[in-house]
Design a protein around this ligand. Structure first.
Ligand code: DOR
Ligand code: ZN
Length: 428
């Protein structure tokens, strides 16, 4: 199958034609002959490497009423992703080679993005003893990212042991940094606002204390640490310090922490309840600056679909989490590109190149260049549309962006040269 994308701007630069054949970028130039290729008109569109998400909750096995590998994959492709890491907090937990292989196979069957399973660090996410990290790494799913996300690996001795194991596997521990003793019953960011609203606070120090501890442990062991969903200005400072000391630490920020603040808790609408919680405007500014200067390596969605009965209740009873896959790029355009904090190469770096490197994915995060795998997306950066949760591909509806007008529309996504999205519509 051969395909010609005409008059498209790679990384927003000069317009070219891109020929794709046998899943690979075969030719880049101007005035290329279409021959018998299918033609996609790229006029006015920006081409970027396919996005890679380090943090997606696909809910299968166990909560197929909230999301499945297939529906989540469709949401991902529509968002411009070609690979997503599926978090391990499923039911059963992805803590064995059997479960990670099951998720990996479901991803292959859906065939819309590469679904890369994350393995649990501890058995059942209970934080008591290590899961079979080696068996998951050696499985068909080739797990390299290990995380108890949803829970913190709170025991420092266990965290140290996990870092030692992943070092031997060329893997990484992705830590959900939350000191559980400091967040008992926590409902929102701790501050004047939580006091006024009468909701138990989640202090910044509960995140920062774990990150500080873990960068010291990672430095001591000489292992790779990745910090999930960094949410505070203080966390950015600690990461900057650790990186300056040569610690092998990487970090992600979510789209929602780049845009939204704890002021939204005033609505008492549980769609804004998330863990870690939405923080202050000063935190949002520090997160944007940290992403711009590379202290924060990646944008990761923490796409967390929840069924209506788990989400639409009183604030305290609602599960934390919000959808992210379909709007992630739009939020980055709004918060980073439009204010001039990142250019398109910067977006490619933080949403594709670096996350692929952290996950050790060889065929993603590659440059748009001849001979490279044809994993890419086409974006109309001028298009603006209002988010309608009913129109989302996700099986859940808990989007915090409902009713917001956002910039940028993913027009097409290609996985190894095969369109998974065309004209903004999923191809299966
Ligand atoms: O808000 C969150 N939702 N944070 C997490 O750490 C877990 C996630 C989920 O699984 O719903
Ligand atoms: Zn988490």
């Amino acid at each position: 199958m051969s395909l010609l994308i005409t008059n498209v701007r790679p990384y927003g630069e000069d317009a070219v034609d891109i020929r794709i054949a046998d899943g690979v970028i075969a030719e880049i130039g101007t005035g290329l002959d279409a021959g018998d290729a299918d033609v996609v008109d790229g006029t006015g569109l920006v081409a970027l490497p396919g996005l890679v998400d380090l943090h997606t909750h696909l809910r299968e096995p166990g909560r197929e009423d909230a999301e499945t590998v297939e529906t989540g994959s469709r949401a991902a492709a529509l968002g411009g992703f070609t690979a997503v890491h599926a978090m391990a907090n499923t039911d059963p937990v992805a803590d064995t080679a059997g479960v990670v292989e099951q998720v990996w196979r479901l991803g292959q069957q859906a065939g819309l993005v590469d679904v890369v399973p994350v393995g649990a660090v501890t058995v059942g996410l209970r934080g008591e003893r290590l899961a079979e990290l080696g068996a998951m790494a050696d499985s068909a799913a080739r797990v390299r990212v290990f995380s108890d996300d949803g829970h913190c690996v709170a025991d420092p001795a266990l965290m140290r042991r996990a870092l030692e194991y992943v070092k031997a596997l060329d893997g990484v521990v992705a830590q959900h940094a939350e000191e559980p003793r400091l967040t008992v019953g926590a409902q929102m960011n701790e501050g004047d606002r939580s006091a006024r609203l009468g909701l138990t606070g989640w202090p910044a120090a509960a995140e920062e204390a774990v990150i500080a501890r873990d960068v010291l442990l990672a430095g001591h062991v000489g292992a790779r640490l990745h910090v999930c969903h960094v949410s505070t200005a203080g966390s950015v400072e600690i990461l900057r310090w650790a990186k300056s000391r040569g610690v092998q630490v990487t970090a992600e920020v979510t789209p929602h922490h780049l845009l939204l603040t704890d002021a939204l808790a005033e609505t008492y609408d549980p769609v804004y309840k998330v863990n870690p919680p939405l923080r202050t405007d000063a935190d949002v500014q520090a997160l944007r600056a940290g992403l711009a200067d590379g202290t924060i390596d990646a944008v990761a969605t923490d796409h967390a679909p929840h069924a209506v009965e788990d989400k639409e209740s009183e604030w305290a009873a609602a599960r934390p989490g919000m959808l992210g896959l379909e709007q992630a790029l739009a939020i980055v355009v709004q918060t980073m590109v439009e204010p001039g904090l990142l250019d398109w190469r910067g977006v490619a770096d933080r949403m594709s190149v670096r996350p692929a490197g952290i996950g050790r994915l060889d065929s993603h995060g590659r440059p748009l260049a001849v001979g490279e795998p044809a994993n890419l997306l086409l974006l109309d950066p001028t298009h603006r549309a209002t988010v309608d949760p009913a129109a989302l591909a996700s099986r859940s509806r808990n989007s915090p962006y409902a009713g917001r007008e956002l910039p940028g529309r993913v027009v097409a996504t290609f996985l190894r040269g095969v369109p998974t999205v065309l004209d903004g519509k999923a191809q299966k």
